[in-house]
Ligand binder design. Structure first.
Ligand code: DGP
Length: 110
């Protein structure tokens, strides 16, 4: 899936401000941040969305999110969002979890 933008970031072909990586996942700052902390956590393999996430990666992705929250200094309070499908707001079709923090969050999201 080398036409995939986030696959290219995983491969290092497109630069990104990486803040975390392990054997399963990488995390980097969102190019258009919606909060003081806005990091995207993505699996290394190409997985289109959460609907295709295999059991073998579900736990590791959540652990990566926890680790990024600690490293970003927002472990006390943060929000995790993933959009599945264009109607829900997904624009990049490589699974990513938005980790947002550093400000008060409103509910419900738009
Ligand atoms: P979503 O709309 O849920 O699919 O979120 C996609 C996010 O990806 C959006 O918040 C902007 C971010 N994004 C798109 N292109 C790039 C890029 O080239 N670099 C980085 N760091 N983020 C990107």
């Amino acid at each position: 899936m080398m036409e995939c933008l986030f696959c290219k970031i995983v491969a290092g072909e497109i630069p990104a401000a990486r803040v975390y990586e392990d054997e399963h996942a990488i995390a980097f700052r969102d190019i258009d941040p919606k909060a003081p902390v806005h990091v995207l956590i993505i699996p290394r393999p190409h997985i289109a969305s959460i609907a295709d996430l295999p059991d073998s990666l579900a736990g590791p992705m959540l652990r990566a999110i926890q680790a990024v929250a600690v490293e970003a200094g927002v472990a006390e309070s943060f929000r995790v969002v993933t959009n599945h499908g264009a109607e829900a707001g997904q624009s990049v079709f490589h699974l990513h979890f938005h980790l947002l923090g550093g400000r008060r969050m409103a509910w419900p999201p738009g």
